[in-house]
Design a protein around this ligand. Structure first.
Ligand SMILES: [Zn+2]
Length: 185
């Protein structure tokens, strides 16, 4: 066997070794339907913020097709949204579960209600606060200026929620948590 033939044989062997698992993975993921996790939220007691909550939920649905936040009332709803005069806050109780308060204090400071809603809903989807000062991150909270009206999650935030929806329970959803300083200076 010539040196060239040995190289060719080696390349074919290596090529096969690397190529073989790929079609198996590809066909498996192509065959498996994407399971959408429907999460019901009750914003019927969110008073003047009901539309803002719907907008925040829609932003998440668009960014993460694996989840669908749907309005509902009663026991079906695993996320309850209220309005009060305090600071916006969230008490997550598992993926897609918890209580959200649309606090008027941040709205009075000038923060954009749909962005507040998208931020607080994100806590119930397993995202922690991330005060990096960037408007393109929902979780930057009060570290972004009040002029920031973005409701679209950053790709890294959407990716984290996608992973959380896939069943990995993040530390941000374990134990007794309360996010209360989201928009509080
Ligand atoms: Zn927060």
């Amino acid at each position: 066997m010539s040196f060239r033939k040995i190289l060719t044989a080696l390349a074919v062997t290596l090529g096969l070794a690397f190529a073989l698992p790929a079609p198996a993975i590809g066909s498996a993921s192509a065959a498996a339907p994407v399971a959408v996790r429907t999460i019901y939220y009750d914003a019927s007691q969110a008073q003047e913020f009901k539309a803002a909550v719907d907008e925040g939920a829609a932003a998440w649905n668009k960014a993460v097709p694996a989840i669908e936040l749907k309005p509902a009332t009663g026991a079906q709803a695993t996320i309850k949204v209220y309005a009060d005069n305090g600071w916006p806050r969230a008490i997550p109780q598992g993926f897609g579960r918890g209580t959200v308060y649309m606090g008027r204090q941040a709205v009075n400071d000038g923060f954009y209600p749909p962005r507040i809603a998208a931020h607080e809903l994100a806590h119930t989807l397993g995202l922690p606060d991330n005060r990096n000062g960037r408007c393109d991150y929902l979780m930057s909270g009060h570290s972004s200026p009040t002029s920031c009206k973005t409701t679209t999650p950053h790709e890294t935030e959407a990716a984290q929620v996608r992973r959380n929806a896939g069943g990995r329970v993040p530390a941000t959803l374990a134990g007794q948590l309360q996010y209360a300083d989201c928009f509080k200076f």
